[in-house]
Design a protein around this ligand. Structure first.
Ligand SMILES: Cc1ncc(COP(=O)(O)O)c(C=O)c1O
Length: 371
């Protein structure tokens, strides 16, 4: 089998065992004579898959009793709108910490919702919008009277991460409800969810294919959400039906379940963290060892263990690197079009030996082209 060394930012590599499990039962799920995606979402087979996915998430993350796990559609982008629709009151205010392109999109979407209800979305890091997003702010402001603070744990394009291996920590927002977009680092390490009132994550980076977004939120906050919006956008409506308000993305949830089973049997989130730590150390190690040729623009303490971004002396060399890597079976290394450069996404499913192959290639490339 000729699988690519896939360093794509998302949709991203999936564990091969999760794909093999799906292949093996694609035509006949557990003796039912049909695939899981051809079955009723109200039937016993899908019901088991659905609940197992939720139970595995609850177990792996030690989700506290105070919180509920939801499996929704619409991607993380829909959450940019759904969060303020539910929790930004008429005439109220919500604070947004913008630390990269995704936080900025969330902020802009909140401004649209706010405008429709005489409310405001404000920046918790003034000037953040115009920054180059190479470091995370240490101070937050504009929180007085806010209904919540929204943060992005890992900025997929800019490669900055809160709660990183290198020291960055979430700013203190006191008792203010904290909402976090964890799309690109969900389940990468053990995470204390009691600090968050709501987290959301599109699946297609760390935990499965696109089509499903995990939302974990505090039950009492969910119950207090705006009830004058359509049901399909109300967290409490989905919560009351255990994410079976309407037909869920059954195949995506099934794949998520397969990935979560592997995460559990592989030692859970502590073991995942150790694996991710080793991969990030290897890659940043090469970049630092060749600092006359490679340059990571992100401040040391804020560097992401999921999306490693760096530059070469010029764009022609960057393009050459991507091409040569491609000829060695490595894909997805081109930086996002808005920032250029190189990006290696080394999510949970990317094994250390892929990173080792990339690191060796980078060493080789640097010695050939530097000086
Ligand atoms: C941090 C972050 N938030 C949100 C999104 C948007 O996700 P979706 O395309 O599922 O709406 C992405 C996608 O790359 C992301 O990386």
């Amino acid at each position: 089998m000729n699988r690519s060394y896939n360093f794509s930012a998302g949709p991203a590599a999936l564990p091969v065992e999760a794909l093999e499990a799906a292949r093996d039962e694609l035509l006949n799920f557990e003796g039912s004579g049909m695939s899981i995606m051809e079955q009723s979402h109200r039937g016993a087979n899908y019901d088991r898959v659905h609940h197992e996915a939720i139970e595995l998430l609850t177990e792996l993350l030690a989700v506290p009793e105070t919180h509920q796990v939801l499996l929704l559609q619409g991607g993380a982008t829909q959450q940019f709108a759904t969060v303020p629709m539910n929790f930004l009151p008429e005439g109220g205010q919500a604070a947004y910490l913008v630390t990269g392109a995704w936080g900025e999109k969330a902020f802009k979407e909140a401004q649209v919702v706010a405008a429709g209800r005489g409310a405001r979305a404000v920046l918790a890091n003034p000037g953040g919008e115009t920054g180059d997003f190479t470091s995370l702010p240490e101070q937050v402001e504009g929180l007085e009277g806010a209904a919540y603070l929204h943060v992005t744990s890992n900025e997929t394009i800019h490669g900055v991460q809160y709660d990183s291996l290198y020291g960055s920590r979430y700013p203190d927002c006191g008792a203010l409800p904290l909402v976090c977009d964890m799309s690109s680092d969900f389940l990468w390490q053990p995470t204390d969810l009691s600090r968050f009132d709501l987290v959301y994550a599109g699946a297609q980076k760390n935990i499965g294919p696109s089509g499903v977004v995990v939302v974990i939120l505090r039950k009492d906050w969910m119950a207090a959400g705006n009830s004058s919006i359509p049901n399909i956008f109300r967290y409490s409506a989905h919560g009351a039906k255990n994410s079976l308000l309407n037909t869920p993305p059954t195949f995506s949830i099934y794949m998520v379940r397969n990935v979560l089973r592997l995460l559990k049997s592989g030692g859970g989130l502590a073991a995942a963290k150790a694996r991710n730590e080793a991969k990030a150390a290897r890659l940043y190690g090469v970049i630092e060892a060749h600092s006359d040729f490679y340059h990571c623009p992100v401040r040391q303490q804020d560097r992401s263990a999921m999306n490693v971004v760096w530059r070469l002396p010029n764009e022609a060399l960057e393009q050459r690197l991507v091409e040569e890597a491609g000829s060695r079976g490595m894909s997805g290394l081109k930086g996002h079009r808005s920032v250029g450069g190189i990006r290696a996404s080394i999510y949970n499913a990317v094994p250390l030996d892929w990173v080792e192959a990339l690191a060796e290639f980078l060493e080789d490339f640097a010695s050939k082209h530097s000086g």
